[in-house]
Design a protein around this ligand. Structure first.
Ligand SMILES: Cc1cc2nc3c(=O)[nH]c(=O)nc-3n(C[C@H](O)[C@H](O)[C@H](O)COP(=O)(O)O)c2cc1C
Length: 67
């Protein structure tokens, strides 16, 4: 059974990246296998049981690479 979690982010100045690193750390500490990756580095989702995605907001929208 798949048990890996993807936490992925789009960030310009690092805040969102920091939040996702904290989420990944908490999930890891609770026994899950976690990849934390910028959205540009995500090639497929098939190996993941769940995905947590986040983005910085600019002009009321997620960043283009996250959309
Ligand atoms: C050009 C620009 C536009 C922004 N527009 C919004 C917005 O519409 N709504 C909002 O809540 N924050 C807005 N922000 C604030 C950013 O979303 C916020 O600083 C965010 O934490 C930055 O994340 P990052 O460090 O991962 O890039 C904007 C920031 C910039 C630089």
């Amino acid at each position: 059974m798949l048990n890996k979690i993807l936490v992925t982010y789009a960030s310009r100045t690092g805040s969102t990246e920091g939040v996702t690193e904290a989420i990944g750390k908490t999930l890891s500490e609770n026994g899950l296998t976690v990849d934390v990756l910028p959205v540009q580095d995500v090639k497929d989702l098939e190996s993941y049981r769940a995905v947590v995605a986040g983005s910085a907001i600019q002009a009321a929208k997620w960043l283009p690479e996250a959309m």
